[in-house]
Design a protein around this ligand. Structure first.
Ligand code: FES
Length: 97
């Protein structure tokens, strides 16, 4: 099953197979920058993105993800793109796109 990812405010979109890649990988595939200082291991919290729609299509945040965000003092509402594997349409936003 295909799903479409939309990246705001750039308006770029990317169609992927459901569950094929992480949101971080998809962001890079779309040609947009996203930080990562931990090798996509969910440890640095640099890849936090604002999920505008489609949050119900992804796994709930784990305790570890919440702890990593708190430790790195990032907005608790953001999701770590390296921990999210889209399975349905999603819209995400980063202020620097
Ligand atoms: S890349 Fe480090 S937490 Fe996602």
């Amino acid at each position: 099953m295909k799903c479409t990812l939309k990246f705001l405010p750039s308006e770029r979109t990317l169609e992927i197979e459901a569950g094929e890649m992480t949101l971080l990988e998809a962001t890079r595939e779309a040609g947009l920058p996203i930080a990562s200082a931990c090798g996509q291991n969910g440890a640095c919290a640099r890849c936090g993105l604002d999920v505008i729609s489609g949050i119900d299509a992804i796994e709930e945040e784990s305790e570890r993800e919440a702890r990593i965000k708190e430790r790195n003092r990032i907005d608790p509402e953001l999701r770590l793109a390296c921990r999210v594997r889209p399975t349905r349409d999603m819209t995400v936003r980063a202020t620097y796109w």
